[in-house]
Design a protein around this ligand. Structure first.
Ligand code: WTA
Length: 652
């Protein structure tokens, strides 16, 4: 285990927060739910699946051919029907699905009936463009209503969407589009971010030079600046929907048909196309959204993530819509025009449930409590956290300054691969502890195991695993069955390896400690060290590079690059910036290394392997263990000195 030191660093948290009695008495999850699920977990999930609308009811619950699961495998349903039509037919058409707020301050409120009409118009337009069931469609958009509309329209006609986060570079678009051979790319002219225009269509133009499978590029007008439109390939969203009917026959999908692909970083340079299917995924997100957030009829719910990541897929689009929730979509950053933008939005729409990330919470802490204090946040009743381990200090600050001491905080652990929340409190039942995701949800079986795969006793740390299939689990990696087996199902027999280190206390609460593989978590974004290394090595002046994560008070981890240069090149601050810009261009700005240390030589074993563990220790300023296997130990001393001065510069 690579970070055993961290895992052994047991937290001594003793604060406990039992559920508020008012919440407990009316909560969606009733006491006894854990026992009910344990008695027959398949029957438990089947009962949740039956709350969805099936055009052909399923008769089989689980077919488990490890590591391949089929859930509700002979049933048929359509995701967009479950998200929209069902509520409209039930007389809820006028209910607000989304309050949309653009960064410049433009606002729209979109009812379920309107959303359904827009989805149908776009679905018809997609069909007219020749896009059909079984195709893949890439979506690269800002946080505007057209993004969920595009996703749901794909789902309606049976095309799988592959959303690519709007912060990615053209090269990253190319890799993802080519891997799954998308036939179309949906984008916008530009988007707004911190008052600046993000050149989405330009990035697509650059990408489409190398994506032969893309026949059509659909462009939504967001900002309004002129963009290049290539005849025969590029079309405007508003043109193709102009005479499109507002009825669109949904394609009935098998429960196991692909709903979407979402690419995530692994331990190699090639991102993995995580596959999610229809019936099980919708069951998982609907159930968890209802129980973990204790969603009620009059709630205004806000997940402040980006739809480009799984959190947005599951908890801005599919979960909330299947539950008929009223949600917020906000386009921009929390500090535009000022650092109280989020709190202004909470006050304006009377948000009652807020779901955000530890990195955001730590940023709010840094900005100061005066920003939330300016606003009436009394509508809030529940707070959620996701994306990385939340430190007890941030948890308490969130509770005090945002929740004003009244709102339960639910720390939710899950992954792109799990599709839905796996480990989290049920706010009416679970006693919460600052920094712990508490317990596996009903129906979910997890464990913490040692190197041999044996369950560790209370108080011990090890690898987090899931020990039986669950409906929203990934169904594999696009085009790479072997990698799916290898990555998740090979280290321990019959256990899904999450890749996270974790400790479990005497009461069974889970305390997640971060990744144990070569994946960094920067502001909740998963970034592979190998991807950043490959990008660095592509720079003509770079001979070799090694990248690791360094603990960071704000972003969880920061990217640390050790770089050796070719021949006569010398490492200057100017070159460090050039490398940062280069990585940003290759992969996307959010992957730029915060620290760059140049070195003549990277520390290597005598067999020539870069000693990554040593570099991690150097980056984090730890005393070094055994360095006797090093080929050249003078390298290390020099690196330690340089790293120390880099860190000092950062702190100053
Ligand atoms: C981390 C985001 C601790 C973890 C939903 C996981 C967390 C990775 C938590 C997945 C949490 C997510 N506590 N760590 N509450 N939530 N993580 O795929 O390392 O973007 O493996 O999914 O984020 O990131 P992903």
């Amino acid at each position: 285990m690579k970070s055993s030191a961290t895992i052994e660093a047991l937290s001594e948290e003793t604060r406990r927060f039992p559920p508020p009695p008012e919440l407990a008495s009316g909560a969606n999850a009733r006491p006894g739910i854990y026992e009910e699920a344990e008695r027959d977990y398949e029957a438990f999930w089947a009962s949740w699946a039956r709350k969805l609308e099936w055009s052909k009811p399923f008769t089989k619950t689980l077919e488990w051919n490890e590591p391949f699961a089929k859930w509700f495998g002979d049933g048929e349903l359509n995701a967009s029907v479950n998200a929209l039509d069902r509520h409209v037919r039930a007389g809820q058409g006028a209910r607000v699905a989304y309050y949309y707020e653009g960064e410049p301050g433009d606002r729209r409120s979109i009812s379920y009936a309107q959303l359904l009409a827009e989805v149908c118009r776009f679905g018809n337009a997609l069909r007219k463009l020749g896009i059909k069931k079984g195709d893949r469609v890439a979506i690269y958009m800002p946080m505007i209503p057209e993004l969920p509309i595009a996703m749901l329209a794909c789902a309606r006609i049976g095309a799988a969407h592959s959303v690519i986060f709007g912060g990615f570079s053209p090269d990253s678009i190319v890799d993802r589009v080519n891997d799954s051979q998308c036939v179309a790319l949906v984008t916008a002219d530009q988007g707004w971010r911190r008052g600046k225009k993000v050149l989405l269509k330009n990035n697509c133009d650059a990408a489409m030079k190398a994506t032969p499978s893309v026949r059509t590029c659909i462009v939504a007008r967001r900002v309004g600046d002129p963009v290049q439109m290539q005849a025969g390939r590029d079309v405007w969203w508003h043109d193709i929907v102009a005479d499109s009917p507002i009825q669109c026959e949904p394609d009935p999908m098998n429960a196991e048909d692909l709903l979407y692909l979402l690419y995530t970083s692994g331990t190699t340079a090639k991102p993995k196309g995580i596959q999610h299917t229809t019936g099980g995924y919708l069951t998982g997100v609907t159930m968890t959204h209802k129980l973990v957030f204790d969603l009620k009829e009059d709630d205004v719910y806000w997940c402040a993530a980006d739809i480009g990541w799984v959190t947005g897929h599951s908890y801005i689009v599919y979960g909330p819509l299947c539950n008929g929730a009223t949600s917020i979509i906000y386009e921009g950053t929390p500090d535009f025009p000022d650092k109280d933008r989020l709190w202004e939005i909470v006050e304006r729409y009377k948000v009652s449930i807020l779901y955000t990330a530890p990195t955001a919470i730590r940023t709010f802490m840094k900005w100061g409590a005066q920003y939330p204090a300016k606003h009436d946040l009394s509508s809030l009743r529940l707070l959620g956290s996701v994306g990385e381990p939340i430190n007890p200090e941030a948890w308490m600050w969130y509770r005090e300054h945002i929740g004003r001491g009244r709102c339960p905080v639910v720390d939710t652990w899950w992954q792109t691969e799990t599709g839905a929340i796996m480990i989290a409190p049920l706010p009416g039942i679970t006693t919460t502890l600052p920094g712990s995701a508490t317990l596996p949800l009903p129906g979910i079986a997890a464990d913490v195991v040692n190197e041999q795969g044996e369950s560790v006793p209370p108080g011990g740390g090890g690898y987090a695993v899931l020990t039986r299939p669950w409906p929203s689990m990934l169904r594999g990696i696009w085009g790479d069955e072997e990698r799916y087996r290898q990555t998740y199902w090979s280290k321990f027999a019959h256990k899904y390896l999450a890749g996270d280190g974790c400790r479990r206390d005497a009461e069974g609460n889970y305390w997640f400690m971060g990744r144990i593989d070569d994946v960094m978590n920067v502001s909740g974004h998963r970034i592979s060290t190998t991807e950043v290394e490959s990008a660095l090595i592509e720079h003509p002046k770079v001979a070799e590079a090694a990248v690791c994560g360094k603990l960071d008070g704000m972003t969880g981890q920061a990217i640390y690059a050790f770089v050796s240069l070719r021949g006569a090149e010398s490492g200057t601050p100017g070159l460090a910036d050039e490398l940062r810009a280069h990585v940003g261009e290759k992969l996307g700005k959010f992957t730029q290394p915060k620290f760059v240390t140049f070195t003549q030589e990277l520390p290597k074993t005598r067999s020539g392997k870069i000693m990554r563990r040593l570099l991690r220790d150097i980056a984090e300023g730890r005393t070094l263990g055994d360095t006797t296997t090093l080929a050249d130990s003078t390298v290390v001393k020099e690196l330690q000195e340089r790293a120390a001065s880099e860190s000092a510069r950062d702190e100053a």
